[in-house]
Design a protein around this ligand. Sequence first.
Ligand code: ADP
Length: 455
Amino acid sequence: TEQNFDVVVIGSGGAGLSAAITAKNAGADVVIIEKMPTVGGNSLITGGQMNVPGNWVQKSMGIEDSIDVFVQDTLKGGDYLGDPEMVRLMAEEALPAAEWLRDYIKVDFYPDQLFQFGGHSVKRALIPRNHTGAEWISKFMAKTDELEIPIHTRTTATALIQDQNGRVIGVEAEKNGQKITYMADRGVIMATGGFGANVAMRTKYVPELDNRYGTTNARGIMGDGIVMAQKLNAKTHNMESIQTYPICHTDTGVISLIADSRFFGAIVVNKEGHRFVEELERRDVISRAILAQTNQQAYVLWGSEIEQIAETAKVHKDEFNELNRKGMMYKADSIEELASKFGVDKKALMKQVERVNQFAKNGKDSEFNHRGGLKPIMKAPFYMLVAKPSVHHTMGGLMTDTKTRVLDSKGKVIDGLYAAGEVTGMTHGSNRLGGNAITDITVFGRIAGKEAAAH
Ligand code: ADP
């Protein structure tokens, strides 16, 4: 069968939803196709924090920030391999995108709390309600309902269709073994996410990342969009930059959100009871450091002082219960008890915690120079969990221009084809900073929707 639309969006994560809604508001007839039975991709299972320099929460908290500092942090965090022009565009458009999310999509951001991820000079990440992407995917869904944008789930895009001039005019897809052709009068937007769940594809670029590693990714994140565009001679960039997330479930690979207490001062130690890395270091640095420890595992520890501010054990109760049942996380009245549960060297850990408490008091971490400032770990109950790194984000992908048009190997625009989100490889360089994915996918999703609708 054949169906006709102005704009066809492939993928229903944050990039695809931002693009589809924007295109619809610009007057285009839009459809979203999604291969999984459920909507949201990785965007649903993220913590959902979004970096926005100069945001309203920073203003009310008296935190100084600027577009320039955000650009600098982002470029530096990615070893200057991100595209400076695209990073600046992301930084400039972050606030309008966040205001759109807040005022139009009705995403509920906490008004008095911000996150500071590793590599950022200041607290600048807005936090959605309950600290998960579910908040904004559910609000996006409500908006697509209201705007009557159809979302065809269980529908896998398999190929792009070009006319004789090379312009992309549609998408071949498959649903339950049936072929469906989606014609796109104005454009196709690739928003299929990265390739973190595709072991064959990721080991092609980084042999080390084989199936000893789990992944934090949703099942559908297989790099389909990159492969489809490559058939049209699209250029890829930076494919060997694949990020591991340091603190994940040791069996399933799922990202640990409860361990976000780390951003509020929780410490990371090894089996020998010692800290071995700055807890707010870059993800790649922490991941590699953990893999160098006994059993390639680390332990995250915090107490009531930190929990009172971070509230991660409170917010992520289900995660606690699951980890606790499996013997991967405990809550106890003494640190010694936690140490013996995990077989961590008790004496060394107690000494380590004493030092941390001293550093907290002095306001200076003489061991690893913790950039957020360490907090005391003195008050019960205490929390500890075991974790290891898994494959999280693929920084590389398709090359696009500032209008999100996909470029071919000669740097020429492929007419009719747009891309946004993790499928692209423009902004993060060798290493994406925490909270930058949401900014990236929303900003460039909106641009893709606007541009595709206009052509
Ligand atoms: P982003 O953060 O860039 O928006 P996500 O991972 O959140 O990316 O979303 C990407 C979505 O695209 C996922 O829901 C995934 O299942 C979907 N997807 C991936 N490949 C295809 C495909 N070939 N056809 C349709 N949908 C796809």
